[in-house]
Design a protein around this ligand. Structure first.
Ligand code: GDP
Length: 338
């Protein structure tokens, strides 16, 4: 099965999915946030997913590694270096090693997959593309590179629009294109990442929307809003700046035509009818993932919802074979899926 993921919010659900299906999980990660800083190739969302799924993430900050120290930053500051982007001493090893391997001609996907193996992840973690895509933000203060907007300016400038530079020339990673075209794919879960900053760069890749709409598996998205508010980060602020009312209806409109179902939080149960009005199925469930138990519980709900949607589709179109449904029904022991 495939999880579509940005950084902190998405990685929490990806962790729960890994607990549930292990090596059957592939995580497709946004690279629109990637940038070169101090000569280092930094992929913030990939690193958040690797650290989270590897059990290495800092549980309080949500990003970076647990047990981190900051001697490098202290020394850099002393020398008058750029210090607006925090690079911990442990984290630095990731960027130095990735930079070395990319400079040696390796693909980002190969480096990422190998790092996942070295960190003993069960899941396969892959960038959405090996070609660079760079998110830029049109703001009240002019055009900003993504990390300048997000970290240096702390998301303060108003967002007027978003561009995904290079997306039109980037190709969906071939392994991911193959998985999306695989008739045996059993579920696609769009994690509760920021739809505009984290998921849209993935959807901007040529052919991605079509691949998702066409894929044999049910596609389920989880809303990143609870009670119309983001759990963390600027999702609701950006929605307001883009003229959207922050709530499940706007998230449903955003994903309409792409996903079969949307999971909304119990706090937003009253929005279910508005989600249905966009032609999506709706599941109401607790979506706040405070710790590992909630991550696993939400992963289970998502898989159950996907299974339900799959069964519904099978009943409506019995001529189509749905491999996941078949294995589920025969074994009655949950999904065994690629
Ligand atoms: P980033 O790239 O590190 O900013 O992270 P993402 O884009 O993956 O995630 C940011 C989004 O995750 C925000 O919109 C949050 O509201 C959402 N989020 C974070 N934690 C949770 C949670 O426990 N439940 C839900 N439903 N959304 C969450």
């Amino acid at each position: 099965m495939l999880a579509v993921c940005g950084g902190v919010g998405g990685a929490k659900l990806a962790f729960g999915l890994q607990e549930e299906v292990g090596a059957a999980l592939t995580v497709m990660v946004n690279t629109g946030d990637d940038f070169t800083h101090l000569g280092l190739a930094i992929s913030p969302d990939i690193d958040t997913v690797l650290y989270t799924l590897g059990g290495l993430a800092d549980p309080v900050r949500g990003w970076g590694r647990a047990g981190e120290t900051w001697q490098f930053m202290t020394a850099l500051r002393q020398l008058g270096g750029e210090d607006w982007f925090q690079l911990g001493d442990l984290d630095l090893a990731m960027h130095v090693e990735r930079t070395r391997r990319l400079a040696g001609g390796e693909r980002l996907s190969a480096v990422t997959a190998d790092t996942a193996r070295r960190l003993a992840l069960a899941a396969r973690v892959l960038p959405m593309s090996d070609e660079p895509v760079r998110t830029t933000v049109e703001t009240s203060q002019g055009r900003l590179a993504f990390q300048h907007y997000f970290v240096r300016e702390r998301c303060m400038p108003s967002v007027l629009g978003l561009r995904f530079e290079g997306a039109e020339r980037a190709r969906i990673l071939p392994e991911l294109a193959d998985l999306l075209a695989d008739d045996a794919l059993c579920a696609v879960i769009i994690c509760p990442s920021n739809p505009y900053l984290s998921i849209d760069p993935i959807l901007a890749l040529p052919g991605m929307r079509e691949a998702l709409a066409r894929c044999a598996a049910p596609v389920v998205a989880v809303s990143p809003l609870i009670g119309g508010q983001a759990v963390k980060g600027p999702t609701a602020k950006i929605m307001g700046e883009l003229g959207l009312a922050a709530g499940s209806a706007a998230i449903a409109r955003h994903y309409a035509g792409l996903v079969d179902g949307l999971v909304v939080d119990t706090a937003d149960a009253a929005d279910a009818d508005r989600v249905l009005a966009f032609g999506l199925s709706c599941m109401v469930a607790p979506t706040l993932m405070k710790g590992p138990q909630e991550r696993v519980a939400l992963a289970r709900q998502c898989l159950a919802f996907a299974h339900e949607l799959d069964a519904k589709r099978r009943a409506e179109r019995p001529e189509e074979t749905q491999p996941w449904s078949r294995s589920w029904t025969e074994q009655d022991s949950g999904p065994s899926c690629p």
